[in-house]
Structures are given as structure tokens and as C-alpha cells.
Design a protein around this ligand. Structure first.
Ligand code: SAH
Length: 390
């Protein structure tokens, strides 16, 4: 007999919007509800089938919907979803060596992300119930990309909530400490074992290239990590100062600058907040500034504090720009909405007494597609602004 779990009417109202998550308090166990992570059929209070999903009784997001119908959830089901994810990238990702291949719910495979860096794949798996199907998913990826190695970068704390071990493990072939990959015409380095995310910020890949296109003069790349923005800016700039608090991050920029034959990139290690204020105090001016901070709000409760952090750095950056100067400014906090980000920028510009025009609003790269019914998948906001003299 199929394993099942019952959804409350409140939970059902949410899944009817298309949102694929059901929280534990919207589920009721019945006699066929498993006590370990499993695939389950979701029943309404009248015992009608309303879907199937990945279930974990110990997780707050206890059920992640896979389908609303009776399609058998087999290894082949996941193989087909993987093939669709791969086919989508063939279509939308042109000319990039590194991109996200599977973006969790947006590709119908909740809990799994897979990134491709040249000849290597790096994955993060956050669903215990998905574990038995990983073989089928990997087989499709191996057949298609023929990677030299696959790394499971499974060290996130989310794994503990799922009852999964935290580990970083090569599961196919071998994977080097650093993977060079081309983005636009620049070579960057991913650090798959120790770097952030799976080793680099692929969600900004199109924005890196676009920022380079509009950059000029004296540039500042704040929160630069491995230089995704700094290197692109350097192509069009006189000089670029890359700012990050992390020494290993700056070491990667230095190496990449050399590899790309760039001699106009300098590095500054320190806290962005105080460095920006110091620049203002000293009367420094720049033509192009990039602000790409980490998510200041990790939860809803931190949103307000995050906004004051965003405002502070944007305010200082706007003071630092010449008239005609450009600010590329991002927020990857899902809990800071687009409307809030917009209002924060208006306030920062008002306080800095600068008039600003918007050249472009942008979001995350196309290999990180949004799932419309799931606002959590729309998290990256980026504005390209210009200071004007009116
Ligand atoms: N712009 C990068 C990604 C930035 S991730 C890209 O597109 O690839 C955020 C970076 O901010 C990390 O490298 C982290 O080390 C750095 N960081 C975090 N807090 C900081 C602070 N207070 N001052 C300076 N850098 C900081």
C-alpha cells in the first residue's frame, strides 16, 4: 500500500496557489504515514489524492510536492526531470562554461542544486527522501556532460535538519581544489571544496558581464569574492580596487588577474562599511562602483536591520561617485523585497543628495530560473544606476 500523509484545508489552499511546500503543521499523520523520509501520496481530508512529494517527518518543510497527479515516482521520473533541466540549459545558456544545471524546485527536483564548472559538476543535496533517486539523476548528468569529476558539497547545516550527514565528498572521478572557468572572456576560479555556495556565484554571471560593459574610469568592486565583477570591470577601466574581508577571496582575484593579463586590479582587504566611509572622508571619487554584499537578511526577522545595512553602503557609494558615475548594486536577500530595495535606494540617494537615473533593473541569471508560484526562487535584485547632474 502506498505511503500517504493528509493535508489540512489550510495546507491545501497554499498548494492550490502552486507553491510546492507543505509545512509540518499543515500535515496530519494517518496509519499509512511513514516515520522516515520517503515518497508519499498527499491526501486531502476526504482521502482524495492531491499530489505526491518528498516527505520528511522531522523537517519543518515536511513535504515538497513533486506532482499533483498519480505519475509513478520512480528513478525514471527523476531521470526525465534531469533531462528536462539539461535541455533547458542547452536552450538558454549560450557561451558560458559555468552555469547551474539543476535549480531545485524550479527544475522540479526539490532539494537539489547542481552547478557545472567546465569539466566538473558540484552538487548540494538537501532532501533525505531524494537520496534513493540520486543514482538516476547522476546517470543522466554523466551521460550528457561526461564530467571528469563530481563533488558532493554537502556541508550545509540544512542537511542536519533533514537528518543527513554533513560531508564534502568526491563521488565521481576527481575534482581539483580550484577550477578555472571562462565567464565572458575572463577566466575565473571556483573553489568547490571551500568557497561560497558551490565555489562561485553563478547567479551573477550575466550581471558580471553586463557590469563590465557599462564600466569606465576608476572602479571599485565592493564584496568582490573571486572577482566576478572586478575582472569584467578591469577590461574597460583604468583601475579597479577589489574590496573583500576574506583573504582567500582576494588571493583568487590576484591569481585570476594574472592569468587574464590584467595589471590594473588592486586588492583591499577589510570591512566594506568602514572602507567606504574612509573613502568618503578622504574625498575619494570613483566612476563605477559595484556593491554585491552577502545576504544581510537570512530570515524575515533580520529584514529591517538588513535594509539599514543596504542603505548605509548605497548611501556611501552614491557619495563617492562623480556625476555620470555608475552604481551597480545588488541584494540577494529574499526577505528584502524588490519594493523595499527600491525604496531603500530612493532614501539612500536622497540622503546622499544625489540625483540618480535607473539604467536597468536586473535579476538572477537565466540558469537560476524562478518558479512563479514560489517567491523564494526570486531573490536576486540588481540595479544599474547613474548619477546625474540635475
Ligand atoms: N561579488 C561576488 C560575490 C560576493 S559574495 C561575485 O559576484 O562573485 C559576498 C562577499 O562579501 C564574500 O566574498 C565575503 O567574503 C564578503 N564580505 C562579507 N562581509 C563583508 C564585509 N563586511 N566587508 C567586506 N567584505 C565582506
Amino acid at each position: 500500500m502506498a505511503t500517504t500523509v493528509t493535508i489540512t484545508n489550510k495546507g491545501l489552499r497554499r498548494t492550490r496557489t502552486g507553491h510546492p511546500w507543505v509545512f509540518d503543521n499543515d500535515l496530519r499523520a494517518n496509519e499509512s504515514t511513514p516515520t522516515v523520509p520517503s515518497i508519499v501520496t498527499l491526501l486531502d481530508l476526504q482521502n482524495n489524492l492531491t499530489g505526491q512529494g518528498l516527505y520528511n517527518p522531522t523537517s519543518k518543510i515536511a513535504l515538497r510536492l513533486l506532482t499533483k497527479d498519480e505519475t509513478p515516482i520512480t528513478p525514471d521520473f527523476f531521470a526525465q526531470r534531469t533531462k528536462a533541466a539539461v535541455a533547458y540549459r542547452e536552450d538558454v545558456v549560450k557561451g558560458y562554461e559555468a552555469f547551474r544545471v539543476i535549480h531545485s524546485e524550479s527544475d522540479g527536483i526539490p532539494g537539489l542544486t547542481v552547478d557545472k564548472y567546465g569539466d566538473y559538476l558540484v552538487l548540494q543535496q538537501h532532501s533525505a527522501a531524494l537520496e534513493p533517486f540520486m543514482g538516476a539523476i547522476l546517470e543522466v548528468l554523466q551521460n550528457h556532460y561526461q564530467p571528469k569529476g563530481i563533488l558532493a558539497r554537502n556541508d550545509s547545516s540544512v542537511r542536519e535538519l533533514e537528518g543527513l550527514p554533513r560531508e564534502v565528498k568526491v563521488i565521481v572521478g576527481s575534482v581539483p581544489e580550484e577550477i578555472p572557468f571562462k565567464e565572458g572572456d575572463m577566466t575565473l576560479f571556483a573553489a568547490p571544496y571551500t568557497g561560497q555556495k558551490t565555489g562561485a556565484f553563478l547567479d551573477q554571471r550575466e550581471n558580471h558581464v553586463e557590469a563590465g560593459r557599462i564600466a569606465f574610469g576608476h572602479c571599485l568592486d565592493v564584496f568582490s569574492y573571486h572577482g566576478g565583477f572586478a575582472l569584467q570591470l578591469a577590461k574597460h577601466a583604468e583601475i579597479v580596487i577589489a574590496v573583500d574581508s576574506s583573504k582567500p577571496a582576494l588571493v583568487h582575484i590576484e591569481k585570476a588577474a594574472k592569468v587574464n593579463g590584467l595589471t590594473n586590479v588592486s586588492l583591499l582587504q577589510g570591512d566594506a562599511f568602514s572602507l567606504l566611509r574612509d573613502f568618503v572622508k578622504k574625498g575619494e571619487r570613483f566612476d563605477t562602483i559595484v556593491l554585491d554584499p552577502p545576504a544581510f537578511a537570512k530570515g524575515r526577522d533580520q529584514a529591517e536591520k538588513a535594509v539599514s545595512g543596504y542603505k548605509e553602503i548605497n548611501l556611501q557609494a552614491l557619495k563617492l561617485l562623480h556625476v555620470g558615475g555608475r552604481l551597480v548594486t545588488a541584494s540577494c536577500s529574499y526577505h528584502v523585497s524588490e519594493a523595499t530595495f527600491y525604496a531603500m535606494l530612493q532614501e539612500a540617494a536622497a540622503d546622499a543628495e544625489r540625483q540618480v537615473r535607473v539604467l536597468e533593473w536586473r535579476g538572477q541569471a537565466s540558469c537560476h530560473p524562478e518558479r512563479l508560484a514560489m517567491p523564494e526562487t526570486r531573490y536576486l535584485k540588481l540595479a544599474v544606476l547613474e548619477v546625474i547632474d540635475v
